[in-house]
Design a protein around this ligand. Structure first.
Ligand code: SF4
Ligand code: SF4
Ligand code: SF4
Length: 260
C-alpha cells in the first residue's frame, strides 16, 4: 500500500506547491512511492484521511487555525512546506504594525477608511496575526526555503516511507557558500544572513551574485545577538537590521532574539 499524501495551502503565494509540481525529472519517481489524494493546484479530488499532509502557508486568521487543526486530526505526519508555513515569511511583518497601519499600506488612506468601517472586512484585519504552523499544531517536519528544495522534498518523502527520520544537517549557508568558492559579500563591504541561516539551498543566491537574505530560517544554535552586533559594526541601523531579520523569518528570529 502506498501512503496517501495530501497538499494544502493557507496564506501563501503557492510557489512551494508549484516548485513540487515543476519537479518533472523526479515526479514520476515520486508517484511510484506515494498516492496523491488531494492537491488543489493539480486535481479536484478530496480525501477524508491521508498519511502525510504537506501544508503550505501561514496561519493568519482563526478560520485558518481551525482548518490546520482539522488537517492535523486527519493525518499521521504533518509537514510545514516552505518559509510561510515554517516561519511566517514576509506576511508576518504585519505583526509588527497596528492593523490600521497595515490597512493603510495596502489600500491607501482613502480606501482604508472605507474598509475600516465595513463590518465585512474590518474584523478580518483587526484580528489577523500571522503565525507559522508550529504555533498552532504539532508539526512533524519542516521543509525550509522560499521556495522549498525538490531534493529535500524527495529525501523527506523517502525517509517517511522507510520509517526513518529525514536528516537536514544543521549547518550554515556559509558552508555551502565556501564549498562553491564564492567570495564572501562582507569582503565587498556588504552584509549577509548566511552565518545564521540553515543551509540546504547550496547558497544559490550568493552563487548567483547576490547575498543570503535568510529565507531558510535561523539555525538552532545561531547567535543572533552577535550577528546583530556584526551588522551594526558594518553600519546598519537597528531599524535596518530589524527589516532584514523580519524579511522571511520574523516569527523565529524575533522570538529567539527576544525582540530588537
Ligand atoms: S515559502 Fe515562498 S514560494 Fe513558498 S509559498 Fe511562501 S512565498 Fe511562496
Ligand atoms: S557571502 Fe554570506 S553565505 Fe557566503 S560566506 Fe559570506 S556570509 Fe557566508
Ligand atoms: S541563499 Fe539564503 S536567501 Fe538564498 S535560498 Fe539560500 S537561504 Fe534562502
Amino acid at each position: 500500500m502506498k501512503p496517501k499524501v495530501a497538499f494544502f495551502d493557507m496564506a501563501s503565494c503557492e510557489g512551494c506547491q508549484l516548485a513540487i509540481l515543476n519537479c518533472e525529472d523526479i515526479f514520476l519517481n515520486i508517484l511510484e512511492l506515494i498516492d496523491i489524494v488531494e492537491f488543489r493546484e493539480a486535481m479536484s479530488d478530496k480525501a477524508p484521511r491521508f498519511d502525510i499532509a504537506f501544508v503550505e502557508g501561514s496561519v493568519n486568521r482563526e478560520l485558518d487555525a481551525e482548518r490546520v487543526r482539522d488537517i492535523r486530526a486527519r493525518c499521521s505526519v504533518l509537514v510545514s512546506l516552505g518559509a510561510c508555513a515554517c516561519n511566517g515569511n514576509v506576511q508576518a511583518r504585519s505583526n509588527f504594525q497596528a492593523p490600521a497601519e497595515n490597512l493603510e499600506q495596502v489600500y491607501g488612506s482613502e480606501d482604508r477608511n472605507r474598509v475600516q468601517t465595513d463590518p465585512q472586512f474590518w474584523p478580518l484585519w483587526a484580528h489577523t496575526r500571522v503565525r507559522p504552523l508550529k504555533e498552532v499544531v504539532k508539526v512533524d517536519y519542516e521543509l525550509r526555503g522560499c521556495p522549498v528544495d525538490k531534493g529535500e522534498f524527495l529525501h523527506l518523502v523517502k525517509s517517511v516511507i522507510a520509517g526513518s527520520i529525514p536528516r537536514f544537517a544543521p549547518k550554515a549557508v556559509c558552508v555551502e557558500c565556501k564549498m562553491n568558492g564564492n567570495e564572501c559579500v562582507f569582503e565587498r563591504g556588504e552584509t549577509c544572513m548566511g552565518q545564521i541561516t540553515y543551509a540546504g539551498c547550496n547558497a544559490i543566491c550568493v552563487s548567483g551574485g547576490y547575498r543570503c537574505d535568510g529565507c531558510r530560517g535561523p539555525l538552532p544554535e545561531a547567535n543572533l545577538r552577535a550577528h546583530r552586533q556584526l551588522l551594526r559594526e558594518k553600519g546598519l541601523s537597528d531599524q535596518q537590521i530589524d527589516n532584514r531579520y523580519r524579511l522571511f523569518c520574523s516569527t523565529d528570529n524575533m522570538a529567539r532574539e527576544g525582540g530588537s
